[in-house]
Design a protein around this ligand. Structure first.
Ligand SMILES: Nc1ncnc2c1ncn2[C@@H]1O[C@H](COP(=O)(O)OP(=O)(O)OP(=O)(O)O)[C@@H](O)[C@H]1O
Ligand SMILES: [Mg+2]
Length: 277
């Protein structure tokens, strides 16, 4: 798999004016990479993901996936959003196999045996993510983490080359979030798709990724392209290793320079002590 993004840019025109969401941005990605996108709020991360998904059209530049021009959504690219996007009237299994059921009804170009194999894969993926006992449950009966697991399985139903995830764990509590991180590592090792993962959590980005793209403030463009130097085998202990902490500190300084320079910790502590005594 080769993804080529060349001079990609997006400008929005609305009643309130012109917004340059993404400045011309160029990068490439290969098979099996896990790429996190970090950057200040409003720098264009979601816009870039929408462009990669083919859900929005660029103002300039191009995206090619294995030589083919990306100009609309495709089963080669799956997406997971921050908010829960399951259909409340469908069960877990029906939600997860929804893209395949759509194909059965709309796309007669694929042999049904191929789709049946994929439905079998959805069943195994639901088992893999621990939802085997919940296949016939409805979204309202699930926790937030479980709903996101269904959304991830649904995005993987078609065995996409690219999995695009926009702050998928943003709404989850810390413990569930860590469980989901382990699950993502398992799924990535198992499915070997290329992942683009938007997060505001520097630790999460470092722990999961093989590579981190750091964006400037809006209009966003890539200011750092960092190869994460930890191997494929990782466990939560990694987060306490000196090399991990050093990289986390460097990324924090890059993303919050004003915070680093102006934040007077000693002064704040003194004020808290003096007001509480
Ligand atoms: N449909 C739209 N119409 C007009 N402006 C838009 C539209 N979508 C996004 N924008 C603007 O483009 C800029 C980039 O937005 P985007 O949602 O991509 O940022 P982001 O990096 O994902 O931010 P966050 O971290 O807060 O999710 C913002 O200024 C936003 O207001
Ligand atoms: Mg966003």
């Amino acid at each position: 798999m080769t993804l080529k993004v060349q001079q990609l840019a997006k400008t929005y025109h609305s009643r309130t004016g012109v917004t340059h969401a993404v400045l011309p941005t160029t990068f490439e990605a290969g098979s099996g990479e896990f790429i996190s996108l970090l950057g200040p709020s409003g720098c264009g991360k979601s816009t870039l993901l929408q462009l990669l998904a083919g859900l929005d059209t660029p103002t300039a530049g191009s995206i090619h996936l294995d030589g083919a021009w990306v100009n609309g959504p495709s089963r080669e690219r799956g997406m997971v959003f921050q908010s829960y996007t399951l259909f409340p009237w469908l069960t877990v299994l029906e939600n997860a196999r929804f893209p395949l059921d759509l194909e059965i009804h709309q796309d007669y170009s694929r042999p049904s045996s191929e789709i049946l194999t994929e439905i079998g894969r959805v069943h195994s993926l639901l088992d893999l993510v621990g939802l085997d006992a919940f296949k016939n449950s409805y979204p309202r009966e699930l926790s937030g983490g479980m709903k996101q697991r269904v959304a991830i399985v649904r995005a993987l139903a078609n065995q996409p080359k690219l999995l695009l995830m926009d702050e998928p764990f943003g709404a989850l509590d810390a413990q569930t979030r860590e469980e989901m991180q382990e699950l993502m590592r398992l799924l990535h090792a198992h499915q070997k798709m290329t992942v683009f993962f938007v997060t505001h959590d520097i630790e999460e980005a470092l722990y999961l990724s093989t590579r981190v793209l750091v964006f400037s403030a809006r209009p966003g463009t890539i200011i750092e392209d960092i190869a994460v130097p930890f191997g494929a085998i990782r466990d939560p202990e990694l987060k306490f290793k000196p090399e991990f902490i050093r990289l986390k500190r460097e990324l924090t300084a890059l993303l919050h320079p004003a915070h680093e320079a102006n934040f007077d910790r000693t002064g704040l502590l003194r004020r808290i002590i003096s007001t509480s005594s």
